[in-house]
Structures are given as structure tokens and as C-alpha cells.
Design a binder for this molecule. Structure first.
Ligand code: ADP
Ligand code: MG
Length: 327
């Protein structure tokens, strides 16, 4: 049974950046305003996320790593009402099957923090009282220590670190009111830091540089028939990246959509010389009942209703912006 769970967990968590994404979304669900990430060896040795959110109740610590039992689903009568990031209740469970996972957490009502280490979904021992601030610190150690095949499939720690930085920076742009930091363990300098109460534009400047930030055009529209709201920032047609950089959030979850990417790139093709590409940051809010939330966590590709029409609407909005800025 453990082996089956381990294989299943290895499917959910394919690399450190996947695990980090789930953990970041939990921090955001918990209303954190500051999130700090520390990694060692691209997250394979250590991946640690500290937040200042609500914390986890002592009484929940026994079950948080059990599959599905803690899913936020239980708070909803209807799958269609899901509004928070987490809905599967399997991130912590999966991670605990493929790594050593430790939770240190304190709610505002707790007198002290509680620390608990998990293996295969279960606490190794009852939680221990200890010192700590309000919020939650999750430490993932020796990821994939028990599935060598997964470990071997990964690239170098440097490559995994780059993917982690990519995930942190994208969430930082989209959640600009939250402060983010990323650093390597044992090093004083941070790899990335965004201040709290910032704006997406300012964080794009910090993360991607002022050359891009100076060329941004705002995109914003809503379409009642398609039940979609769109906002974002895209580079003007005179600016170009070596490759298309797209930060796409659908209902605040970082995803990919080849359709949207191609649609927008198609618009720029009329303006930009070949081999040059736009920078795109887009946030789409789609009526929850129109988005397929049942996709596998590793599938970054999303499925949603009216996909063609939404791609067209987004492309049109970008085209109008570029046209307006370049006549
Ligand atoms: P899900 O987010 O789908 O419910 P997870 O396995 O990601 O499942 O998390 C399990 C539960 O643990 C969450 O529902 C939440 O109650 C709690 N939790 C996890 N991370 C945090 C955090 N950083 N702050 C507060 N609660 C957390
Ligand atoms: Mg979650």
C-alpha cells in the first residue's frame, strides 16, 4: 500500500517546483502577507516555506497529511463553489510520501507553536510544543529519497532552482500585496525579494527588469456572455523578448494554455519582427462552473468552457491595445 501511495505521490509531485507551487497556494489560502522560501540543492535537499498566515490548529495536525481528509472540499456542498486554490487535499499527503515533511505552526489562539514530522501521511510522533511566530513553516527534506527513478529524471539542482525561482516570481507578480523572498540556505543574499503592498507592475520591474516594465500596456475587459474577466499587462509592440514569457493565472492559479499563448503571439506577429516575442501577464477570472477543476495537478494545461471564444476575446483586447499605442 505504501508503495502504491508513493508512486501516486510521485505523479502529483514531479519536481521541487511542483511541490513549492502547492505549498505557496496553501500559504495564500491562509491569508499570509509575507512568504519566505529557503532552498538547498534546488529544493531536493531542503525546501522550506515560512508564512505569517492563520496557522494550523493543533487538533488538525494529526490529519493534515492524510489524503483527502483535509480537503477544503469539505467546506463546500458544491464543487462549483470552490474559490480557494486548494481543493484536492492531497498536496501535503503526497509530499509526505516522497520526502520528510515537518510542520511548525502557530495560530493566533495558541500559546506556543507546535511541531510535527510526517512520514507516509502520518505523524511520526505527537506534535511537540516549541517556540515560533504565528503562521506556518513547512520543511520538505530529501525530496524523492525513496523513489530514485524520480530523482534521476530531474535535471541539475541549478535547473530545479531556476524553476523554483520562476514559480516564486510569478506568484509574486500576481499576489503583489504579499511580500515574497527566495534564498539559498546558508547564503545571506536573497535571490529574489518583493515588498508587501506592491503592485504587479512594480514587481515585474523587480523580477523581470525595467526594460520590460517600461513598455507595459494594461489590458482589461469583462465579457458577460462568456462569464470571464480579464486583466493584465503586456509589452508594447516595440519591445521584444527572445522567447515568449507568459504569466497566466486562471482563477488565481498559475497555469499554462497553449491556446491563449498562440492566440496572443499571433496578434504580435503582425507587429513584431520574426524571432521576437512579447511578455504577457494575464489574470483570467472564469466562472468556476466553467473551469474543469478536476485536472490532474501536474497538468498545468487547463480546460474551460468557451475556450475558443475566450482566446479570441483576449487576442482582440491585446490587438486593440497595440493598435491604439502604435498608430
Ligand atoms: P488542500 O489545500 O487541498 O486542502 P493540502 O494538502 O494542500 O490540501 O493542505 C491540507 C490542509 O492543511 C489545508 O486544507 C489547510 O487546512 C492546511 N494547511 C496547509 N498549509 C497551510 C498553511 N501554510 N497555513 C495554514 N494551513 C495550511
Ligand atoms: Mg493545498
Amino acid at each position: 500500500e505504501t508503495v502504491v501511495n508513493r508512486i501516486a505521490a510521485g505523479e502529483v509531485v514531479q519536481r521541487p517546483a511542483n511541490a513549492l507551487k502547492e505549498l505557496l497556494e496553501n500559504c495564500l489560502d491562509a491569508k499570509s502577507t509575507q512568504i519566505s522560501v529557503i532552498v538547498k540543492q534546488g529544493g531536493l535537499k531542503i525546501l522550506q516555506i515560512q508564512d505569517n498566515g492563520t496557522g494550523i490548529r493543533r487538533s488538525d495536525l494529526g490529519i493534515v497529511c492524510e489524503r483527502f481528509t483535509t480537503s477544503k472540499l469539505r467546506e463546500f456542498n458544491d464543487l462549483k463553489q470552490i474559490s480557494t486554490y486548494g481543493f484536492r487535499g492531497e498536496a501535503l499527503a503526497s509530499i509526505s510520501h516522497v520526502a520528510h515533511l515537518t510542520i511548525l505552526t502557530k495560530t493566533k489562539d495558541d500559546q506556543c507553536a507546535w511541531k510535527c514530522t510526517y512520514l507516509d501521511g502520518k505523524p511520526k510522533a505527537p506534535p511537540k510544543p516549541c517556540a515560533g511566530n504565528q503562521g506556518t513553516q513547512i520543511t520538505v527534506e530529501d525530496l524523492f529519497y525513496n523513489i530514485s527513478i524520480r530523482r534521476k529524471a530531474l535535471r541539475s539542482p541549478a535547473e530545479e532552482h531556476a524553476r523554483i525561482a520562476e514559480v516564486v516570481s510569478r506568484y509574486a507578480v500576481h499576489n503583489a500585496t504579499v511580500g515574497f523572498s527566495l534564498k539559498k540556505q546558508g547564503e545571506n543574499s536573497v535571490d529574489l525579494r518583493t515588498p508587501p503592498n506592491s503592485t504587479p507592475e512594480e514587481n515585474i520591474r523587480i523580477v523581470f527588469g525595467s526594460a520590460i516594465a517600461n513598455e507595459l500596456l494594461p489590458i482589461s475587459f469583462s465579457d458577460e456572455r462568456l462569464q470571464v474577466k480579464c486583466s493584465g499587462l503586456v509589452t508594447n509592440a516595440n519591445y521584444s523578448c527572445k522567447r515568449c514569457v507568459m504569466l497566466l493565472f486562471i482563477n488565481h492559479r498559475l497555469v499554462d494554455s497553449v491556446g491563449i499563448r498562440k492566440g496572443i503571439e499571433g496578434v504580435y506577429a503582425a507587429y513584431l519582427p520574426k524571432q521576437t516575442h512579447p511578455f504577457i501577464y494575464l489574470s483570467l477570472e472564469i466562472a468556476p462552473q466553467n473551469v474543469d477543476v478536476n485536472v490532474h495537478p501536474t497538468k498545468h494545461e487547463v480546460c474551460f468552457l468557451h475556450e475558443e471564444a475566450i482566446i479570441e476575446a483576449v487576442s482582440k483586447a491585446v490587438d486593440e491595445k497595440l493598435l491604439g499605442a502604435n498608430q
